[in-house]
Design a protein around this ligand. Sequence first.
Ligand code: PMP
Length: 289
Amino acid sequence: MKVYINGKYYDAKNARISVFDHGLLYGDGVFEGIRAYHGRVFKLAEHIERLYRSAKAIMLEIPMSREELTRAVIETCRKNRLRDGYIRLVVTRGEGTLGLNPNRCSHPAVIIIAGKIQLYPPSMYEEGMAIVTVATTRNLSNAINPAIKSLNYLNNILAKIEANIAGVEEAIMLNAEGFVAECTGDNIFIASGQRLLTPPLSAGALYGITRGVVLELARKEGLETIEQNLTRYDLYNADECFLTGTGAELVPVVKIDGRVIGSGKPGPITWKLIERYRELTKASGEPIF
Ligand code: PMP
């Protein structure tokens, strides 16, 4: 595997950054997780745009243009002969001193890894997963805005640990007001009749690219899409529930906090959207070769 670091390609075993990099020392940086399907990078422009927005929010100047970065992502896929896989794009604050002042870091590090990912076992896509709500509250927007896809993922990791302890794969995180925000690495949707509902971004969710795609696909299918605050009560009483994310794609949820959702099996709206999503990943994206 060849890893891109600041304009050069390194074998995976030699792909290293400094122990003084503030990405490591303080989680100071931003990232994206991107998928390639059938030799094309899916929604690349959207991921690049979100990366630049995250960087702007933390006053991190990415040392290349959007076009240059787009080309570097494609080139990294090409060098790794990646047709189907997962791309991790990371920009750290760069090497600095043992103090958190970002002004001491002069050169941000840009890293691109083109590899593979499998988040959940295939059976979960057929049968649906059980998830739980956890005590760890989603970060407050005025502390670390969840819209920033930063390297500081401890909030999500603490929630994931709670999910692990409960014996499930994902956790629902509530915001400080008690409304549903999102899961540790996925957005959440419910279906109720012909309505598809998901929390607004202001509830403390990442502006998920899969979330956006699914909202669009749902409208095309004639569903009413609604972004509104949801409580656990709303989730328990939904007909269907599923999670969305670049890595996870669409995963049906059939149990929440021990309550069976709908029929206890992935429902027709979920199946339809999974099918439409798969069609879209086959038919679109930035060509690699
Ligand atoms: N929420 C969080 C916290 C995430 O980390 C992610 C990405 N893994 C998502 C939602 C889903 O976003 P996307 O569809 O853009 O991958």
